[in-house]
Design a protein around this ligand. Structure first.
Ligand code: ADP
Ligand code: MG
Length: 684
């Protein structure tokens, strides 16, 4: 007897090799297999007599092969097989490119189902490379065909057949994780019906009913899971802090904090005094001053006798934080260290021993802070900057350096609130929705290649006026193949140096360089030793060069709007008028619309909402970096209403049974434990 955990090799026709290929798709067990959702569907149910076929339409035809297929060699070593098929009222030419076997597999006088796009003209209809099946044995024609994401060695048909067997084997094993009451209240179908119709939709309506239930279930599980995580943490004590006046800290700052900054700090301080561990996300647009929120919290922790660790995603950013915060902390007689991958052994030893005896109040660093041999005397607060680069698990790993430290997460990726609820569902959220005074709007232009000369002249003018310029390319291009017309950093920098700006100082920066070299390039640029920095998005995060006032982004269509907005935040940091030029030769209306959003607004929240609307949440959910269970089926750009419903239902259920301890909720509890297994381990 098979069960849901049975290996997929159980399925007929899945041998060692196919199993390996399926593993690559994340399919190891029968449960994985039946939960492998199609990315889309193709409706192949439309069927017509030949005479009624409509040009340009995809349709099934039942017809008899009327001529012996003939094979011809055509140019480029290709072959062409041709024959004619007929039904009562018409005839259809069939053409196959590079399918020589068709010559022997199609037999004159036999009837088949052909599926394909109708081409040719009204007198001679034609199908090129149609799908062919025998009547009564149809698997890929005559139905709504699921389109699964594939990998080498796995075709749609192989998957579809395997899923069929999987569903048949599991039919009686599928527990419903949704409590009956919830299912009924929200008019959701039974679990078997849902699985069946997700993979083998009986009709478009059945598919919609099935999908609705699956999406609801996914969002419901996620919400319940996050809620449980959160309440588990609320049950433990956090590092104790007592309230104290922050004005001692504020007085020594070079500027007055904005109201939004002060609110975020007050939120965090409130958490730290609550007796429970803080778990807060502080979201604010680029340049909104999150570093000072971090500094205030670290100062507050130090006044309560706790050490703070501040983790940045890149060495450049860690160094920059250190440069800002070390002098500030020195003013309070507090000590601040920098620990990264390139810290020298002797220095590292000294820092480690100072951390261990509590002589360091704030330790800033990269992933190096997570290394096993780093131990703290009294770690009370863990801050991670630019959260979207760290997963929940990494956050948790840093948290393990102490019992249950306070956690503060800084994120410069403004995301719509509904989305924040999911991605950061286990965190409280503060939003900094105000920029420090005196910021000017960055003038943004979206242009195509016809502006190239003018843009180059503009760059020259800025440099002549003593300013510096960022040029961002989508690729590195160092020894790798450049796939198309995209600009690659190294090649483009060379070209500019040779052909356009022979007299200017052009520097190159990309992620494949050694950390030391990156440092040096950045430091030079910051010190005004180069005029133009041609770079990949490694400069996206944090880099602060006030004298750089112009950014040109090449192949701007390749980037997400939120990412472009982040990039743009690298300029406009000084007093000079700043510019961002988005180069794109992509003529699609969609691209133009997308880029136009950036020329219209500087508000990161608005931009991310547009981004989400235009591109769907793939960007946010495509990577599993956030460490939450991946969304397999929900599409949050269109499933927002369902999200709301699922969240409300989850809250109601948890209000009645906070730990999901009741017997009827056992399947849900088990499912959530499975989903969050990884996280649960890291969290405890
Ligand atoms: P981000 O939120 O992008 O991390 P930063 O913390 O790097 O922003 O701040 C951006 C710049 O604004 C820094 O140069 C910082 O010194 C400055 N800054 C921060 N807060 C204020 C403020 N209240 N008034 C004036 N300047 C500020
Ligand atoms: Mg920052």
């Amino acid at each position: 007897m098979a069960d849901l955990k049975t290996d997929i090799r159980y399925i007929k026709g899945i041998g060692e090799q196919r199993a390996k290929a399926l593993n690559k798709l994340g399919i190891a067990t029968l449960r994985d297999l039946i939960s492998y959702y199609p990315r889309g569907y193709e409706d192949r149910t439309l069927s017509r007599p030949i005479k009624d076929l409509i040009l340009g339409e995809n349709a099934c035809v039942r017809a008899m092969v009327a001529t012996d297929p003939t094979a011809h060699r055509i140019g480029g070593g290709r072959t062409l097989v041709k024959c004619r098929a007929v039904d009562e009222g018409g005839s259809l030419d069939l053409v196959f490119f590079n399918q020589e076997y068709r010559k022997n597999s199609l037999h004159k006088g036999e009837t088949y189902i052909f599926y394909g796009k109708v081409e040719g003209n009204l007198l001679r209809r034609q199908m090129i490379n149609p799908l062919i099946e025998k009547e009564g044995q149809q698997q890929i024609t005559g139905r709504i065909m699921p389109l699964y994401p594939l990998t080498a060695g796995v075709s749609q048909l192989i998957l579809s057949r395997a899923v069929r067997q999987g569903l048949d084997a599991c039919r009686d094993l599928l527990e419903d994780v949704l409590p009956d009451r919830v299912r009924q209240q929200h008019a959701l179908c039974f679990v078997n019906y849902a699985y069946e119709n997700i993979h083998f939709p009986a009709s478009p309506e059945a598919l919609e009913i099935a999908r609705r239930r699956m999406v609801f279930q996914e969002l419901f599980e996620l919400t319940c899971g996050l809620h449980l995580l959160r309440s588990a943490r609320k049950d433990v004590p956090g590092p104790t802090c007592r309230r104290l006046d922050l004005s001692a800290f504020y007085e020594k700052l070079p500027f007055t904090l904005t109201n939004a900054q002060q609110r975020a700090i007050a939120d965090a301080v409130g958490d730290m005094c609550s007796g429970r561990p803080m778990n807060r996300l502080c979201q604010g647009d680029v340049g909104s001053g999150k570093t000072m929120v971090a500094a205030a919290c670290a100062w507050f922790a130090s006044q309560n006798g706790w050490q703070t660790a501040l983790m940045a995603p890149t060495e450049i950013l860690a160094r920059q934080h250190h440069q800002t915060l070390a002098p500030l902390f020195a003013r309070f007689g507090l000590s601040c260290a920098l620990l990264t991958g390139s810290t020298k052994a002797a220095e590292r030893r000294a820092i480690l021993s100072d951390l261990k005896c509590g002589a360091i109040d704030l330790c800033i660093g990269t992933h190096a802070l997570l290394t096993e041999d780093v131990a703290y005397a009294k770690l009370g607060l863990v801050i991670t900057d630019e959260q979207h680069r760290f997963g929940v698990n990494q956050r948790a790993a840093l948290g393990q350096k102490a019992e249950h430290p306070h956690m503060l997460v800084l994120s410069a990726t403004p995301i719509p609130r509904t989305l924040a609820l999911i991605i950061y569902g286990d965190l409280d959220v503060s939003i900094i929705n105000e920029l420090p005074p005196g910021r000017q709007k960055i003038d943004t232009f979206a242009v195509d290649e016809s502006y190239r000369q003018r843009i180059n002249a503009f760059i020259r003018k800025q440099v002549d006026e003593g300013r510096q310029v960022f040029i961002v390319c989508p690729l590195v291009g160092d020894g790798e193949e450049v796939p198309d017309e995209r600009k690659a950093v190294t090649a483009y920098a060379e070209k500019l140096q040779k052909e356009v700006f022979p007299d200017l100082r052009i520097a190159v920066l990309h992620g494949k360089m050694k950390p030391k070299d990156k440092e040096a390039v950045m430091a030079d640029f910051a010190a005004g030793q180069s005029d133009i920095l041609v770079s990949t998005t490694v400069i996206e995060v944090g880099v602060d060069v006030p004298n750089a006032n112009t950014m040109v982004v090449e192949n701007a269509e390749r980037f997400g709007l939120s990412q472009l907005h982040q990039l743009r935040g690298r300029v406009g940091r000084g007093s000079a008028k700043s510019y961002c030029i988005l180069m794109s030769d992509n003529q699609s209306e969609e691209t133009k619309q997308r880029l136009k959003v950036l020329t219209k607004t500087n508000d990161g929240f608005k931009i991310s909402e547009e981004d989400l609307r235009l591109r769907g949440p793939g960007d946010f959910f495509g990577s599993r970096q956030h460490g939450l269970p991946a969304m397999k089926i929900a599409d949050l750009s269109c499933d927002m209403r369902l999200l709301d419903e699922a969240q409300t239902a989850a809250k109601q259920l948890l209000a009645a049974d906070p730990a999901l301890a009741q017997a009827e909720h056992a399947p849900l509890r088990r499912r959530i434990d499975e989903l969050f297994e990884l996280n649960a381990e890291a969290m405890n």
